[in-house]
Write a protein that binds this ligand. Structure first.
Ligand code: FAD
Length: 291
């Protein structure tokens, strides 16, 4: 496995993550910015931003480009990867896992935004008991079993194909109204255009309730743009489904900070950028602590 070492790893490259990375870089820290595709589809989709100080009327896509340009000017490396987990390692170094790569950092800032979608009914209950967010990590546990993949983000096709190599049956739930990309799916994978209403079972998941039918499965792999933050990092304390932080944007885990929509409402650009800055300055102080 490839490993890279940095002072700070920032997870999520929306306004909060970009602002955190820029501020830590200005303070001369080595930073890696790990973000999903597009560096925030939210900003890209915003037709007109009229409440960002100093830029009275600007298209979201233009503002996003300005943010990215700032990061590029400071030579901040941006990797378009989805982070799967963060684990505290030896000597206070965190290991940030994304696919086959691990990034080591002395401090971490989580800036992963929020999912607009609600969780599926029963999702929390069956997480780790049939529900997974990473086929590469958990897929082999479902050898010869029936599984479904929820395609709420890119990468779902590759994950479904991977599962099809050893699972008995793979369903690909591409959503009801929207047409998720199904190009490249292996033959034999059943594509379903329907809405997930709930997941059910006793001790373990056994059924996905769709609007139009029921799927008896033992495994359900869910792909969304954003993971639940406490799934990224075990032991991270949430409050109302947001990451609990103090005034320094510290989480309950020393060395881990959070900023932006993931810490709570209002979901706004200036709040995200401001919190990214405060989190970065405090992370820098943490990295410079004596001893
Ligand atoms: C259509 C629309 C219009 C808006 N208009 C305005 C406006 O006019 N004014 C205003 O103030 N606000 C507006 N907002 C809100 C604003 O866009 C958000 O508050 C802001 O983008 C939040 O920034 P963030 O960095 O916290 O999160 P996000 O912008 O959501 O960025 C989070 C990033 O983290 C990435 N990520 C998530 N999980 C992972 C992972 N595991 N690994 C790697 N990367 C990950 C995501 O892919 C995403 O790119 C608008 C939002 C929308 C949707």
């Amino acid at each position: 496995m490839d490993k890279e070492n940095y002072d700070l790893a920032v997870i999520g490259c929306g306004p909060a993550g970009l602002s955190a990375a820029v501020n830590a870089r200005v303070r001369k820290k080595s930073v890696i910015l790990l973000g999903g595709e597009l560096c925030t589809p939210k900003l890209q989709k915003s037709p007109l931003v009229s409440n960002y100080l100093g830029l009275p009327e600007i298209r979201g896509s233009e503002l996003r480009e300005k943010f990215l340009e700032h990061a590029r000017l400071l030579d901040i490396p941006i990797q378009q990867v989805k982070v799967e987990s963060v684990s505290p390692g030896n000597g206070g170094v965190f290991s940030v896992q994304a696919g086959k790569k691990a990034y080591q950092a002395g401090a971490v800032i989580i800036a992963t935004g929020v999912t607009v979608n609600e969780l599926f009914k029963g999702e929390r209950e069956f997480t780790g008991k049939g529900i997974s967010y990473c086929a590469t990590c958990d897929g082999p546990l479902f050898k010869d079993k029936d599984v479904a993949v929820f395609a709420g983000a890119s990468g779902a096709v590759e994950e479904a194909n991977y599962l099809a190599a050893f699972c008995r049956k793979v369903y690909f739930i591409a959503g009801a109204g929207q047409r998720s990309d199904v190009d490249g799916l292996k033959p034999g994978i059943e594509v379903i255009h329907d809405q997930v209403l709930a997941v059910k079972g006793n001790d373990f998941l056994s059924l996905i309730q769709l609007e139009g039918r029921e799927l008896p499965v033992q495994g359900f792999f869910i792909y969304r743009d954003t993971y639940l933050p406490d799934r990224l990092l075990e032991g991270l304390v949430l409050e109302d489904n947001h990451i609990r932080v103090d005034h320094d944007y510290k989480t309950n885990i020393p060395g881990v900070y959070a900023a932006g929509d993931c810490t709570g409402k209002p979901y706004q650009l200036a709040k995200a950028a401001g919190e990214g800055q405060v989190a970065a300055l405090n992370a820098v102080q943490y990295l410079d602590r004596p001893g």
